[in-house]
Design a protein around this ligand. Structure first.
Ligand code: PLP
Length: 442
């Protein structure tokens, strides 16, 4: 019998639940990476999370280095966020009308990220990038979009495109169901390759509406931009009348108070994107995402301008409450802690792998990090990432999981720390490393 008790029933097992989920849900999951396809084995069904830890349906606790794929920057179930959400929920779940807190969240973002003059809230990162692209097309009156191989911007049609061969090749669909005519509006270039960008603008400059780029790539493992890449990209785009959409869905409010833009704005490589997209931390674990940027561009959105964009749940009061509480709590001390935890954990992993003779590189972008296996390090683009000895990750991952440490279930994902990763949590990770490194070596 199907009962609600299944949601919290700790008498069942991960394997039983996965079997049952597979009968009811495609692949047993609501987002593919959760199915553990790239590492094998049985996904853990989580029932609760607190601080640096998550607990599965069998009652096993793991130190968590996924952090809900980024949002849980303060640690899971931070009391300040839970209180804000509970309080908002008690006042009603969804009004479909303006609320005071939406403006508070927009003001918080605008105070932190100078290029954001106006902000529109949506519910997912996919919606944010999709809307930003429509807006860039509406503003410029052009059709083409440039993206970089290995960058992920959500699952809207035009972004599920992979490169054909050669420079500046029009994309082929990266998923069944994406019409070739739509994929053909996306030009996929190798990341960190400004010559490829110059060539694309030389050939198609007057047709390119926007370049969309992860502020620092973190969806093929972590691959930071080369110094000056973002700044030069903005210059090239502007010289050709195109906009730059800097996708900070993952990096925004995670790598610094002002995201990746904030880190680079303090260097000689400062840049000003036209539009930025946010997700994850901005919602503190609830469905909030946003697009923001130049007021003259943002004002092209309906109801002021001709670019349509809307959402029943946009600016949802309960979700916005989580975002406001999270951003208010994420102060300089939190970012200092995240930087320290990332440095400690990544150094410990590297040391353990080196001790077992496993060739690898540590890839860092602020407090985001991941590892590439093999001799070809550091890595600056997708083609090189794909050539790594990725077979070493599955045994490493499972050894860590067996020891009570939950890593991202794919070598092509960033690791996420939280402000709740204290000495005890880090010690547990470090203690698990020698056996995992041995597993990776074999
Ligand atoms: N953009 C980036 C850089 C992301 O990392 C993600 C998700 O991982 C997205 C967009 C899509 O966000 P969502 O999963 O909320 O649709």
């Amino acid at each position: 019998a199907t009962t609600d008790a299944a949601a919290t029933n700790t008498a069942t097992t991960n394997a039983d639940l996965f079997a049952r989920a597979q009968a009811a849900i495609p692949g047993g999951v609501n987002s593919p990476v959760r199915a553990f396809r790239s590492v094998g084995g049985t996904p853990r069904f989580l029932v609760s999370a607190k601080g640096a830890y998550v607990t599965d349906v069998e009652g096993r606790e793991y130190v968590d280095l996924v952090a809900g794929w980024g949002p849980a920057i303060l640690g899971h179930a931070d009391p300040r966020v839970i209180e804000a959400v509970t309080d908002a929920a008690a006042r009603g779940l969804s009004f479909g009308s303006s609320t005071p807190a939406e403006t508070v969240l927009a003001e918080l973002v605008e105070a932190r990220v100078a290029p954001v003059e106006k902000l529109r809230l949506v519910s997912t990162g996919t919606e944010a990038t999709m809307s930003a692209i429509r807006l860039a097309r509406g503003f410029t009156g052009r059709d083409l979009l440039v993206k970089f191989a290995g960058h992920y911007h959500g699952h809207s049609d035009g972004l599920l495109a992979e490169a054909g061969s050669g420079l500046a090749t029009f994309a082929l669909p990266g998923s069944a169901g994406v019409p070739a005519d739509i994929a053909a509006l996306t030009l996929v270039l190798p990341y960190n390759d400004l010559d490829a960008v110059r060539a694309a603008f030389a050939e198609h400059g007057d047709r390119i509406a926007a370049v969309i780029v992860e502020a620092a790539a973190a969806n093929m493992g972590v691959v930071p931009p080369l110094p000056g890449f973002n700044a030069e990209l903005v210059e090239l785009a502007h010289a050709n009348g195109s906009l730059v959409i800097s996708d900070e869905v993952l990096t925004g409010f995670r790598v610094s108070e002002a995201g990746w833009w904030g880190l680079e704005s303090k260097t000689e490589h400062a840049y000003t994107p036209d539009l930025l997209t946010f997700g994850k931390v901005i919602g503190g674990g609830m469905p909030v995402a946003a697009l923001g940027g130049r007021a003259d561009v943002m004002d092209q959105l309906a109801p002021l301008g001709p670019v349509y964009q809307a959402g029943t749940l946009s600016g949802n009061p309960v979700a916005v409450a989580a975002g406001v509480a999270t951003l208010r709590a994420a102060d300089a001390a939190v970012y200092a802690h995240l930087d320290g935890a990332a440095a400690t954990i990544s150094a410990a992993v590297s040391e353990a792998l080196a001790a077992e003779g496993v060739a690898h590189g540590v890839q860092r972008a602020g407090n985001l990090f991941s590892f590439v296996f093999g001799e070809e390090v550091p890595v600056h683009d997708y083609a090189t990432v794909q050539r790594q000895e990725s077979f070493r990750y599955a045994p490493f991952f499972h050894a860590m999981l067996d020891a009570g440490v939950s890593l991202p279930p794919s070598v092509f994902e960033a690791w996420f720390v939280t402000a709740a990763h204290d000495e005890a949590a880090i010690d547990r990770i470090v203690a698990a490393l020698p056996a995992a490194a041995r597993a990776a070596a074999s």
